[in-house]
Design a protein around this ligand. Structure first.
Ligand code: AMP
Ligand code: MN
Ligand code: MN
Length: 339
């Protein structure tokens, strides 16, 4: 696992800059982010892709593994035209850049292509990052991968413009929970200020990203929250609250899976529980388990023990069986990972 308490070393930055500068303008550059991409994955990747275009690179493609579905809130991000399905990714790019990916398991069918690339630069901020890739720009203290992406484009000599800035701003705003989480430092607000100074309208962006969803998604949220269970004795008395959502729930309300991505937020707001769990069905018998803590439990280490990963207070893993059994397992593990 990466141990980077002070962020990437100068040599890593220099190596990443040199890897880009070594390329001719017509070199094929492939950008990749994690499966089921969120605002940081897409925003950091597309912002960087636009930066490469500004530097004169003409062959830049961005992709992510799995079904080629861009969540509606991100479907109009600048640079989205460079997004292609994984099947259309460059077969033998001169350079691969990887965004917001903690480990190769989050790269699905693209893991082999990344491993085969002559040079792969990994930009990430997960505590659970496995250290894959040839050049690592990994900082677990960064609030979003876009913090690292912005630093790299700047070091490459790109001047931020409104399109690049919108991508990085969306990434920063989503991963900080609208500048609410612990990693929202002075530097984060200074970066946000630099991005907004290009002419962004934060109100418009927030409405589009956070405050706009289909009626069906709202009804679905109501049902899923309505079946939440509170267990005040769990986590040494710090409390656990959990609920689940099935593919049938999505189908009944005619909603795509991404509408479940932010459903953990109302669950984790429950005052009586430190730990919150949302179990989301991804296939028959297969579930994505989202974990959040307010400080009592290192859910990243818990998730790693189950084959997943994430950040200290926000993590996840893929589990099999029934939601109740998965939560029972999490409940038993909580005591092992108390902070
Ligand atoms: P989520 O609960 O899906 O919002 O994810 C919370 C955090 O945990 C994110 O930073 C994810 O990258 C990470 N994460 C979630 N699921 C997994 C997984 N199966 N493997 C590795 N990391 C994960
Ligand atoms: Mn992400
Ligand atoms: Mn992120």
């Amino acid at each position: 696992m990466i141990d980077q308490s002070t962020g990437p070393a100068a040599e890593q930055w220099d190596a990443a800059v040199a890897a880009v500068r070594a390329l001719g303008g017509d070199a094929e550059i492939q950008l990749v982010c994690h499966v089921s991409p969120d605002g940081d994955a897409l925003g950091s990747m597309l912002g960087f892709a636009l930066g490469l275009r500004r530097l004169g690179f003409t062959r830049v493609r961005a992709t992510f593994p799995g079904e080629f579905r861009v969540p509606t809130p991100y479907a109009q991000l600048p640079g989205v035209a460079m997004l292609v399905p994984e099947q259309a990714a460059y077969r033998a790019p001169a350079l691969v850049l990887v965004f917001d990916v903690a480990g190769e398991s989050r790269l699905g069918g693209l893991a082999a292509q990344v491993a085969a690339a002559p040079v792969s630069v990994v930009l990430d901020h997960h505590a659970s990052n496995t250290g894959f890739g040839t050049i690592q720009l990994v900082d677990p203290h960064a609030a979003a991968t876009s913090v690292l992406a912005e630093e790299l484009v700047t070091r490459l000599g790109v001047r931020l413009d409104a399109e690049i800035a919108e991508c990085f701003y969306v990434a920063l705003a989503t991963d900080t929970g609208s500048f609410k989480f612990d990693l929202t430092t002075v530097a984060v607000h200074e970066l946000a200020a630099r991005l907004i100074a290009t002419g962004l309208r934060p109100g418009d962006i927030s409405r589009r990203i956070f405050d706009s969803r289909p009626f069906g998604a709202m009804k679905l949220t109501g049902e899923v929250l309505g079946r939440a269970v509170l267990d005040p004795a769990a986590a040494g008395g710090r409390g656990l609250v959990w609920t689940y959502a099935t593919l049938a729930d999505l189908a009944r309300h005619e909603q795509p899976p991404y509408v479940l991505d932010t459903l953990i937020d109302p669950v984790r707001s429950v005052a009586e529980a430190d730990v919150s769990v949302l179990v989301k069905q991804v296939a028959e018998g297969e579930w994505a388990v989202s974990l959040r803590s307010k400080g009592a439990v290192d859910v990243s280490r818990l998730a790693i023990s189950q084959g997943g990963g994430g950040h200290r207070l926000a993590a996840g893993f893929t589990g099999h069986g029934e939601p109740g059994d998965l939560v029972d397992r999490v409940r038993r593990l909580l005591d092992d990972y108390l902070i």
